[in-house]
Design a protein around this ligand. Structure first.
Ligand code: TGC
Ligand code: FAD
Length: 390
């Protein structure tokens, strides 16, 4: 199968280094050869393709922008291009890499003790251990700071009680990074290992979105962990939110990949599908209008992602920049998927084409890691200086 050619209307590639193009090509080939042949079956069966994890580790996709502990030390732009390709395959595959990298390895790398880093980072990097990130609760989603989960220090241990919900990889994780409030009312991060008494994880079934991804609930009932399992380097809501900056950034790139897959499918289909006077539907102005909307929005999304990536590499990306990237690019991908589905007519609803799978996935992506509207309010606060959350 020939490799995906990419979507590049405005010579975007001229702004990339050879190294960046090589990382993208590695991920592109992995998706074409390993992800696309199996993803439809996994989506149908509602399973995550675990058979891909070891190879993703070998290719350096986990913790890709971190340094040491076997991590690839990629630039943020390289990392973003890898996420783009993974999500061209499926949002569930990108989600796995986002959670492992941005939400599990990043907090251990940034806030963990040396012992925590040595214990977990090499195994997570290689995909020999799987992690999850527990912030959301049944009653607290967007308002993450309202969480009810509590951690009480007792001698050399912490006792945790509470529930987390909608946790990617929760029921397959070897280690859960769980955020809970302590007696001083400060939020801290705790590493809970699989099998710890009082810790339970269960898989959420019946999803119509992100079917090739494991989503779970977590419950802590007098779950006692050693005090050395607290992340020592951070306290307060800024702990989990700084992890979200990493993962939201990857999503901003990933969404471009999902949009590219839908656009590419719709363009090829429109050129070969004939209706009225034996002409391809691509010859009709209303179909062209949709294709032009898509390529224009994909192009704008690429440049937005690249600029945020360059700023992140310089240490100058503000969380509100990342919010704009996540908000705009996921919205763009969701609209692109819907338009692409229209262009395929009835064929747009079947699994022979990737569009409806991406479209359904993007509903979750629109909501998780801060909903579209929450990112609007983050940007609103940045430009007005007034928080609309209170
Ligand atoms: P607020 O008062 O604004 O801030 C509290 C403290 O946090 C700091 N802060 C940040 N720090 C780092 N990065 C950011 N992006 C930050 N945003 C805020 C802030 O400076 C302050 O620090 P300090 O030192 O003064 O204490 O907090 P708030 O309670 O008003 O909430 C703000 C809000 C609504 C933006 C925040 O709660 C939020 O982002 N909510 C959305 C929740 C969310 O995104 N959840 C995601 C869960 S994980 C997930 O979905 C994974 S999906 C994975 C997958 O499968 O890919
Ligand atoms: P709510 O916060 O109840 O919001 C519902 C609606 O109200 C939204 O439209 C929202 O925009 C709107 N709204 C809320 N507050 C305001 C406001 N102030 N102003 C205007 N509108 C507002 N979480 C994790 O911690 N870890 C994970 O790994 C994880 N993985 C996920 C995987 C999947 C497949 C999904 C679907 C979710 C996942 N989540 C995870 C949870 C996700 O982060 C939350 O769903 C998200 O933060 C939104 O919370 P909520 O669903 O409770 O919606």
């Amino acid at each position: 199968m020939p490799s995906f050619p990419g979507v590049d209307f405005l010579d975007f590639d001229s702004l990339l280094s050879d190294e960046e193009k090589l990382s993208r090509q590695t991920a592109r080939q992995f998706v074409d050869e390993q992800v696309l042949p199996v993803i439809v079956r996994h989506e149908r069966e509602g399973t995550f393709p675990m058979e891909l994890v070891a190879q993703m580790g070998e290719l350096g996709f986990f913790g890709a922008s971190l340094s040491g502990y076997g991590c690839a030390g990629m630039s943020n732009v390289e990392y973003g291009l890898v996420m783009q390709e993974l999500e061209r395959g499926d949002s569930g595959v990108r989600s796995f890499a986002s959670v492992q990298s941005g939400l599990v390895m990043y907090p251990i790398h940034a806030f963990g003790s040396d012992a925590q880093k040595e214990k977990w980072l090499p195994a997570l990097q290689q995909g020999k251990a799987i992690g999850c990130f527990g912030l959301t609760e049944p009653q607290f989603g967007s308002n993450a700071g309202g969480m009810l989960a509590r951690a009480v220090k007792k001698g050399g241990s912490y006792v945790l009680n509470g529930e987390k919900m909608w946790i990617t990889n929760g029921s397959i994780a070897d280690v859960a990074v769980v955020w809970a409030k302590c007696e001083d009312d400060k939020i801290r991060g705790f590493l809970i290992e699989k099998g710890t008494p009082g810790f339970k994880a269960w898989t959420v079934h019946g999803k119509h979105s992100l079917r090739a991804s494991v989503t779970a609930g977590l419950a802590m009932t007098d779950c006692t962990i050693p005090a050395e399992n607290v992340l020592p380097g951070v306290e307060g809501l800024k702990g989990p939110l700084s992890c979200l900056n990493q993962a939201r950034y990857g999503i901003g790139w990933g969404a471009i990949g999902a949009a590219m897959a839908c656009y590419d499918t719709a363009l090829s289909y429109a050129k070969q599908r004939k209706q009225f006077a034996d002409r391809p539907i691509a010859s009709h102005q209303l179909v062209q209008e949709k294709l032009v909307w898509m390529i224009t929005e994909i192009t704008k999304a690429q440049f937005l992602a690249l600029q945020v990536g360059r700023l992140k590499d310089l240490g100058r990306a503000h969380p509100s920049h990342i919010s704009m990237l996540k908000m705009n690019n996921v919205w763009m991908a969701r609209e692109t998927a819907r338009m692409a589905r229209e262009i395929l007519g009835a064929n747009g609803i079947v699994e022979d084409y990737c569009i409806m799978r991406h479209m359904n996935n993007l509903e979750s992506v629109f909501t998780y890691e801060g909903t579209h509207d929450i990112h609007k309010l983050i940007i609103g606060e940045r430009i007005t200086g007034i928080s609309a959350f209170v």
